[in-house]
Design a protein around this ligand. Sequence first.
Ligand code: SF4
Ligand code: SF4
Length: 483
Amino acid sequence: MNNNPTSDSTPADANRIPVKDITPVKVHQPEKKSAASSKNHIYVRQVKGRIENFRQLFGGFFIFLFAAIPWIPYEGQQAILFDIMEQRFHIFGLTLWPQDLTLLAVIFMIGAYALFFITSFAGRVWCGFMCPQTTFTYIYIWFEHKIEGPHNKRMKLDERDMDLDKFLRKFAKHFCWLAVALLTSLTFVGYFTPVSELFVNFFTFQASGLAVLGVLFFTFCTYGNAGWMREIMCTHICPYARFQSVMFDADTLMVAYDEKRGESRGPRSRKMSQEKLKEKGLGDCIDCNMCVQVCPTGIDIRNGLQYECINCGACIDACNGVMDKMNYPKGLINFTSEHALQGKKVHILRPKIIGYAVVLVLMTALLAVQIMIRVPLEVDIIRDRGSLYRETSEGLVENVYTLKILNKHQDEQFYTINVEGMPGAKFIGQQTVTVKGAELETIPVSIAVNPYDIEGRITEINFRVTNEDGSIEVLEPSKFLYR
Ligand code: SF4
Ligand code: SF4
């Protein structure tokens, strides 16, 4: 395809938009002996630099949080426990029930808007620095590097026929990968079932079938995703990678190569003078391919913005190292924006960012209000559907109800039940009840009334349930039927 209209181009050619071929070139893949071998495997070169240090620190912090949170106790039980079997989520003092679905929906929406906000502002930083897939992939690559050696040694090892050394290295690597996957999976499942019991029961073969199945499933997922799938997850499976480009604009931060400064690329002596470089038409890129060799998704950032790029910044560190050695200024590859690259004004506050920020603040305020006004008690009244009413031997008219009292508090509560709206009504049944923290109590009760006090076929009544100090109270309406 003709990229540049030349002097003998036709007017139609001159109007064509120049097309640039940016097919990713995965140069650090070894030659494979057979088509059946893992020809798409990427041998990531280790990189050192400020961004890498920051990612390790950041990733380490989140891994620590992930591992530590299930072990934090609160008022005698696991502070954060998503108890799916019992259909309740404990988050410190807060217990969420299926009835609190709106609260959970708001929490998820806050998470989603926070992600949109961050992505609009700083591009795919979630992918590069916080996503568990990236963090675990880097942990797995670290084991690979320690056991099998640097990327070129790993390539040679894979090309070599199996021998004892290769077998032992592969065995040790997969053993470490599986150990990390198992510990990760146990920790993850520990968010859904008491973690200390899970660890003990799992290693003493006393865990339930469901818990074992969960642990094995997530072990397999971690091992498969971080060990084998790696960049395939980011480039072909992760849905977030697909739609996040709609949040991008010309001011969004992204990892980009400064083409104006770098091109034309080419090798040169470190001592070559600026005049000589200019004479040869060389830019600052020495075409060393270091940026490609460290890329976990195997792309060449010099080909422009690509959906495979997870903004991890490894190529920035690699290129800065090269620039240092060449005595050139750093930043040939950098976190920048399209506008910054074009020398245009960069807008930090833009309508999209402000919009996401406003929604985020409103949602957070809504969540705070919902939590503040939430009554940690729920009462359900079910009328006996078997009979509308019955007459007692004392000549009273009686209606039967089932009261379901749900204590959403973490502590045990003592409740008193009263009926209102029917003068002279007699409460038959348990009028006081103790309900354990996060438990449901079912109580059958009857209301009996002198038929001469009943004014119509249907009388609106209320059940008032109050805790001991009167700080928690629920008024639940029901009906009293006669004839
Ligand atoms: S690391 Fe820098 S100098 Fe080397 S090829 Fe990449 S952009 Fe060019
Ligand atoms: S191009 Fe650079 S920032 Fe993008 S994924 Fe590769 S190494 Fe990371």
